[in-house]
Design a binder for this molecule. Structure first.
Ligand SMILES: Cc1ncc(COP(=O)(O)O)c(C=O)c1O
Length: 374
């Protein structure tokens, strides 16, 4: 028997009480009881998203909300700026093009992060750009984009442009101030820091975005943001079970307190990053996120990951061109200090078995030292 430690950046582990909250008899969705849970969940979401904007919950993975943010905002031939510094940034361009709109792609190499000045220039060069699409944390590379500076720059210089942020590996882990940073649409998915199984996409939508959506009728039916906002308890059959779990997830996040939660994620990120450096390894991200750590491997990372899996620790490979080159260790959601010691020990054992010359034990030691100092 191998005890399994799921340390991938989604899906992530689900706490026992959340699992149990979803093991109740099924409730009908058109009951007072369910509507009250649904509406309360949306109110709790506002606190976690740090917004006063409307909340929409779709029964889909995160990409469903990404698609809705494109199909509802852009008409055919509209122009959008998509920031691409990894696989998920590239997805923005693909979705925009799928709806017949024009994606002006601001491209960075994998591992790099977006610069507000580049976005400013792209908007100056293309004054008809209607919306900017970006990730908060680009999960494929472990980079965190400066969405605070970008949002504030847009507010000052381009107040009509809609700012859409994929916060799928940020919300519930990293301090992202949706309203203060001028974010019109903020998106997340259930299977990341919200500590739930996959299946829900949650998004916040500003009044400015709603006004734009009113003037667009594109090709969508199910992913109709305004219809969802206007509905009482969801337009169709909501994912009742997952929403009960989401309700508890938000309560747990708010019980911990957002500040404590952000501090926990910062600490786990620091321990993982410093442990990697103590082993003589290089971080891949130029601006690392607090939700996951991407580390360059001196040997084929697929081999490292397979040996870590034999030891019980499941981490992720690089995606696309990064496959075989990096590993990605998650620390978003239901993770705490011992988990990171476990992950680093798995990494050290795998590297040692592969004959890589590392200062064996120094990574685990460094992580533990950081926890002692804290
Ligand atoms: C930043 C980011 N965007 C989008 C997605 C896609 O989300 P989903 O697989 O839930 O559709 C992911 C999933 O890993 C992600 O991390």
């Amino acid at each position: 028997m191998i005890k399994k430690y799921l340390m991938t950046p989604g899906p992530t582990p689900v706490p026992e009480d959340i699992t149990l909250s979803m093991a109740q008899p099924i409730m009908h969705h058109r009951t007072k009881e369910f509507k009250s849970i649904f509406n309360e969940t949306k109110e709790l979401a506002k606190q976690v998203f740090q917004t006063k904007n409307d909340i929409v919950i779709f029964a889909s993975s995160g990409t469903g909300a990404m698609e809705a943010s494109v199909s509802n905002l852009l008409k055919e031939n509209d122009k959008a700026l998509t920031v691409s510094a990894g696989k998920f940034g590239e997805r923005w361009g693909q979705i925009v093009r799928a709806f017949g709109a024009e994606a002006i792609e601001l491209k960075y190499s994998y591992g790099d992060y977006a610069k507000p000045d580049d976005i400013d220039k792209a908007l100056k060069d293309n004054p008809d750009i209607k919306a900017v699409y970006i990730q908060a944390s680009e999960t494929s590379t472990g980079v965190f984009h400066p969405i605070d500076d970008i949002g504030l720059m847009l507010k000052e210089k381009y107040p009509d442009v809609i700012f859409v942020v994929d916060g799928i590996t940020a919300i519930g882990a990293v301090d992202v101030k949706t309203d203060d940073w001028n974010i019109d649409i903020m998106i997340t998915g259930s299977q990341k820091a919200l500590m739930l199984p996959p299946g829900l996409a949650v998004m916040s939508v500003s009044d400015k975005a709603k006004k734009t959506i009113e003037n667009v009728k594109n090709r969508y039916y199910y992913f109709d943001i305004l219809k969802e906002i206007a509905s009482d308890g969801g337009s169709y059959t909501p994912a009742v079970t997952l929403i009960e779990g989401l309700n508890l997830s938000f309560k747990k996040i708010l019980d911990e307190g957002l500040d404590n939660l952000f501090k926990r994620h910062t600490l786990l990120a620091k321990a993982t990053q410093e442990a990697a450096k103590a082993l003589g390894l290089k971080l891949f991200a130029k601006r690392p996120a607090n939700s996951l750590t991407s580390i360059e491997m001196p040997v084929d990372s697929t081999k490292v990951i397979n040996l870590m899996k034999d030891y019980g620790v499941h981490v992720s490979n690089g995606q696309g061109e990064l496959k075989g080159k990096i590993i990605r260790i998650a620390h978003l959601g239901y993770f705490d200090k011992p988990d990171m010691v476990m992950a680093v020990s798995g990494l050290e054992i795998a590297l040692k078995k592969l004959g890589v010359d590392i200062p064996f034990g120094e990574g685990v030691k460094k992580a533990m030292e950081i926890f002692v100092e804290e």
